[in-house]
Design a protein around this ligand. Structure first.
Ligand code: PEP
Ligand code: MN
Length: 346
């Protein structure tokens, strides 16, 4: 159950509501905004007596029963879409956001060329891993802090916001100094210590779906971050493991539409990891636009043949430019449909 307190409800009123819920044996979780406090009440059994009791208390605006196990990220809790402002752009708003760049930061020349290309082609953010989750311990593990410094340089040169991966709760503070958005990789989707630490961080989080995770599990992981205090989570479908071997992963494109029904959080697609093949990336990107994703995260490299990771799925710069040009009319339709929906909702 979610209790929305009135604007500027007093501390006494808030505490009294929490106390009452605890008296009924429930766990209480409050999110304190600047003007409004929202209290999540979690527990088992019929909440009706508690709900009726709290509804009548002073300072309470609304008490809502939530059936989904992920409360704060559910549409039931918040019907309007979450919009996340990043470096002058709104993710989840009326702009289709393209994040692009190499899988890994490899050198100053490589990241600067990538950043310039992303900016020229109309991309909104620069991606690039400085901490890399690799299946083999013998593979390149990332440039770490040196990589973060290069990303900062690329931001200074191009004005593009930075999205980069953080793999450990220990590094959240460090990566947050350099990144505008913290990427949580598929392999870390259920690293609960990391998710809890991200809840205390003031940077938006891009949460990638785990290789073998259900949509519900993805939403439960997002709930960890939000319940621990950080409401700015972007979800990312990046393909899942199936019996199919023609592509690196199987893109669950339907997940985008399902998530748009279940949650108010923005949803983007990663067509690079979803396919593992650069030739398939433009077609899947069009599908992302058509199905109503809020954006893309795409791998682009100035020389994919020489890339230290994920070269086969990386577009080169002319290919990325072409894809962006070809995507433009689809994005125009996407924008028109967003505006129509926003007008219909008023
Ligand atoms: C990446 O973005 O380079 C990456 C490692 O992605 P994922 O976690 O989806 O495999
Ligand atoms: Mn990659």
């Amino acid at each position: 159950m979610i209790i929305s307190m009135r604007l500027h409800a007093t501390r006494q009123e808030i505490d009294a509501v929490c106390e009452r819920a605890r008296d009924f044996g429930y766990k209480v979780h409050s999110i304190e905004g600047e003007e409004r406090v929202v209290i999540g009440i979690v527990g088992v059994g019929d909440v009706t007596p508690c709900l009726e009791s709290i509804e009548a208390m002073p300072g309470v605006e609304k008490a809502v029963r939530i059936t989904a196990p992920y409360k704060f990220v559910s549409r039931e809790f918040r019907p309007e879409r979450t919009q996340i402002r990043v470096n002058g752009h709104e993710i989840g708003g009326d702009q289709f956001i393209v994040m692009a760049g190499p899988c890994s930061v490899e050198s100053e020349k490589q990241i600067m060329e990538s950043a310039e290309a992303v900016r020229r082609a109309g991309g909104h953010m620069l991606r690039g891993g400085a901490f890399k989750p690799r299946t083999s311990p013998y593979d390149f593990q990332g440039m770490e802090v040196e990589g973060l410094k290069l990303l900062r340089k690329a931001k200074q040169a191009t004005g593009l916001g930075i999205i980069t991966e953080v793999m450990s709760d220990r590094d959240v503070g460090l990566v947050a100094e350099y990144a505008d958005v913290l990427q949580i990789g598929a392999r870390n989707m259920q690293n609960f210590a990391l998710l809890k630490t991200l809840g205390k961080c003031d940077r938006p989080v891009l949460l990638k779906r785990g290789l073998s995770s259900t949509i519900k599990e993805l939403l439960m992981s997002a709930e960890y971050v939000v319940a621990h205090g950080n409401p700015n989570v972007i979800l990312c479908e990046r393909g899942i493991r199936t019996f199919e071997t023609a592509t690196r992963n199987t893109c669950d494109i339907t997940a985008v539409a399902v998530l748009n029904e279940l949650t108010h959080l923005p949803v983007i697609l990663d067509p690079s990891h979803a396919t593992g093949k650069r030739s398939l990336v433009p077609a899947l990107s069009r599908a992302a636009v058509a199905i109503g994703a809020d954006g893309l995260i795409v791998e682009v490299h100035p020389n994919p043949a020489k890339a230290v990771s994920d070269g086969a799925q990386s577009l080169d710069i002319p290919q990325f430019q072409r894809m962006m040009n070809e995507l433009a009319p689809y994005v125009d339709l996407w924008k028109a449909s967003r505006v129509t929906k926003a007008v219909a909702a008023v």
